[in-house]
Write a protein that binds this ligand. Structure first.
Ligand SMILES: Cc1cc2nc3c(=O)[nH]c(=O)nc-3n(C[C@H](O)[C@H](O)[C@H](O)COP(=O)(O)OP(=O)(O)OC[C@H]3O[C@@H](n4cnc5c(N)ncnc54)[C@H](O)[C@@H]3O)c2cc1C
Length: 405
């Protein structure tokens, strides 16, 4: 049954090519997960995406890492990330059962390692901080690190095991989400949402960039009760959005490498490793199929997505400093993606200044981790229910009302 209050505003009639209860703009992990859960809740959903393979979701490393991502001053985000990692296994299991696809969930934890004495001192400060938050963080000396990961360099000074961190193969995960969404009846439309249509002070549809088959007068549009903006770092480009959607989201470039363990060679890591090498951060995320992801830069360069020689050099250099066997792996892919960043590094999720318009964007460096709980929250809002209390600090209004989490 469609939600009360979602159906009830279906009165506005503009000339439309299609109608739906909900239009989701953006088909990355966030938009696709929302579309699936909303359709599973009984809503008629259209998912619009240009399918240009430009989203961050295809680039990401797939870490589900609330512990090793816990930083000073981000307590509300930590609470949300912990909710997200608790929810992920059931969400992934349902997805795997529905689609028959494996999404590569791994639960071995993250081993953080330090290369020199300064790196070790910085890591120990983080261990103390994370323990003060009640998180599991076991301090290890160099030999203990190498007992867990025998290919680590002999000069790794020490480290810490964060058992509460997991990972998923984000590409397989997105493929499964798309299949589940289609299976639940989500209609996928190829195109770019150029604007949100409003009537009587509330959203009533979207405008698209290219004519759809059956479009009227070359101005294709889709009428709906609720629009969900989930277009990652491009969210602010859609015309007709209220503040803070137009200004709070910025792209944060991340360059990353995909390596492959050659056939016949044993796996070189059994868990994610995050290393600090002379103050620089690098992570290495293994997959069961022999892939190893090495990332990532964090750069403020607008929408530039070029891969630079310097970034490839630095990532490989730092990876080889802690895991020398990296030099024997195949360099399978170099890529760059744009994280949807916000001023306080937290997502923007919930009602906006325009009735009938929901935001689900700004997931910055945690969008894979947060995808399941974001989908749950948006499906709850769409069907007239509250979301978990952990979402309260991430309402878009915090940037317009002067309230910061
Ligand atoms: C290098 C790197 C490593 C990362 N590692 C991790 C990690 O380990 N763990 C983690 O949790 N997160 C990680 N992230 C962050 C994560 O990738 C993002 O937070 C997440 O992918 C955001 O998902 P999204 O669906 O909001 O955006 P995107 O994946 O960017 O998808 C947005 C979609 O919107 C579409 N779109 C754009 N404009 C429009 C429009 N006008 N109309 C309709 N559709 C539109 C695009 O085509 C795209 O498909 C990483 C990111 C990067 C770049």
């Amino acid at each position: 049954m469609p939600a009360k209050g979602v159906r009830s505003i279906m009165s506005a009639t503009v000339t439309r090519t299609q109608n739906a209860d909900v239009v989701v703009a953006g088909g990355g992990v966030i938009g696709t997960a929302i579309a699936w859960r909303a359709a599973a809740a009984g809503l008629d959903v259209i998912l619009v995406d240009p399918q240009a393979r430009e989203g961050a979701s295809l680039v990401a490393a797939g870490m589900l890492a609330p512990v090793s991502e816990a930083l000073f001053g981000e307590d509300a985000l930590l609470r949300l990330n912990l909710l997200a990692v608790r929810r992920f296994p059931d969400f992934a299991a349902e997805l795997e059962e529905l689609t028959g696809q494996r999404v590569g969930l791994r639960r071995e934890g993250t081993l953080a390692v330090a290369h020199d004495a300064g790196d070790h001192a910085a890591l120990l400060r983080l261990v103390t901080f994370r323990r003060s938050l009640g998180l599991d963080a076991d301090e290890l000396d160099g030999p203990e690190c190498r007992a867990l990961e025998p290919f680590l360099a002999p000069d790794v000074r020490g480290g810490a095991l964060f058992a509460g961190d997991w990972s998923v193969d984000n590409r397989r995960y997105l493929t499964a989400l798309r299949q589940a969404a289609a299976g639940a009846g989500v209609r996928a439309v190829r195109g770019r949402v150029t604007g949100v249509l409003a009537r009587g002070g509330r959203a009533c549809g979207v405008q698209l960039d290219a004519p759809e088959p059956g479009g009227i007068g070359g101005r294709p549009s889709i009428g709906c009760d609720t629009v969900v903006v989930a277009a990652g770092c491009w969210s602010g480009e859609i015309a007709g959005l209220p503040e803070p959607l137009t200004t709070a989201i910025r792209p944060v470039k991340g360059q990353l490498l995909r390596l492959r363990v050659p056939g016949g060679m044993p796996p070189v890591l059994s868990r994610s490793v995050r290393a600090t090498v002379r103050g620089a951060e690098v992570y290495l995320v293994p997959r069961a199929d022999g892939e190893m992801v090495v990332g990532a830069t964090s750069e403020e360069r607008g929408r530039d997505r070029t891969v630079t020689a310097g970034a490839v050099h630095d990532l490989l250099h730092d990876a080889m400093s802690v895991l020398p066997v990296t030099s024997e792996l195949t360099l399978a892919e170099t890529c760059a993606g744009l994280r949807p960043g916000t001023p306080d590094n937290g997502p923007l999720a919930g009602v906006t200044g325009l009735d009938g318009l929901l935001a689900a964007t700004g997931h910055f460096r945690n969008g894979i981790l947060l995808s399941a709980v974001t989908a749950d929250a948006v499906a709850a809002w769409l069907t007239g229910h509250p979301a978990e209390a952990e979402w309260a600090p991430f309402a878009p209004a915090r940037f317009t009302a002067g309230v910061r989490s």
